[in-house]
Design a protein around this ligand. Sequence first.
Ligand SMILES: [Zn+2]
Ligand SMILES: [Zn+2]
Length: 383
Amino acid sequence: MDETLWQEIEPWMVNIRRQIHQFPELGLETPNTAKLVENILDQLGIRHNRLIGTGVVAHVGPQQGQAILLRADMDGLPITEQTDLPFRSQIPKRMHACGHDAHTAMLLGAAFYLSHIQNSLPHPVTLMFQPGEEGPGGALPMIEAGVLDNPRVTRAVMTHVDSELPWGTIGLCGGPAMASPNDFTITLRGQGGHGAHPDKTIDTIVAASAVVQGVQTLVSREQDPTEPLVVTFGTIHGGYRENVIADEVQLTGTIRILSPGVVEHVLERFAQFVEGIAHAYRVQAEVKTVRGYPPLVADPHFTREVDTVLRRELGSDAVVQLPRPSMGAEDFAYIAARVPATNLHVGVVGPEFVTGIHSPRFTLDERALVTGSKAYAAVALYL
Ligand SMILES: [Zn+2]
Ligand SMILES: [Zn+2]
């Protein structure tokens, strides 16, 4: 790759990242970030259009052929930033604590590079800037609005900052790579009464404790022990005072599943477990589950091809094979379910590392940006 061009791109891209960082937007409401992206694409002479209101799609290279898609997300989190960076968030309860500002800047850096060498691009390149990754999801509506069509996308990559890898490295994980997060709410209804006379009541507190303990058997006895499954109760509410038996308890939590084939089965068995336990305690149970993003499965063959290209272009030491998947989630999973795809984990840890993503004190080493941007460009150029 042309190093002189990258020397020009690096400070330009860091500056863009800092602009985005100061004014985070949430969910699908990212109009100013989308506008900023469009202004930069205009300066670079790259054609673009809008999908789903705030999603931006741009095209570089030949118009015909099988396209490769490069994806960045643009949304922040409802967190008040607690860093003392000169370019920290200007808006309370909004922060780019998941590094999506860096993803957008890195993809614009790749757009800069690719627009300067358009004639050497072997295939069309689709640049996807999506809102809503942290919820309610922007990838699926953008697919439904045609982001994978015209030209037809046949491979895809995303980047995500990784606060467990040093800056200058890219981590890869082929196969099941990230989990499907499924939230649940359980309402248990019994019959309240005096704490001195439990036999005259139907106690929902005792039933709730049996449910919390009992459903863990789903993990230990029903799931293949080599396939990760997590059942976490996040909240439990119920009752009035010491000597009153609670007539209602509500529990909420999340079920994280790594294998795409078992999501339906696990959620069904979860509901059966809860209902069965509740029945034994004569309690009425209402179980609501909300299906989250599917598990992200990185195509193993495509991931190996990406590995080869990145080792050649960035140096062998720059690429790390990640030993295990993550139980975090990612809506890029919807794209990876349709075309061979992989996630480029961009290492962001430097000497001043404080803490990881989703923390109000999250920071990243900006020297990571050029590595991530080069990785996007290399994939577009050589795969
Ligand atoms: Zn996040
Ligand atoms: Zn994220």
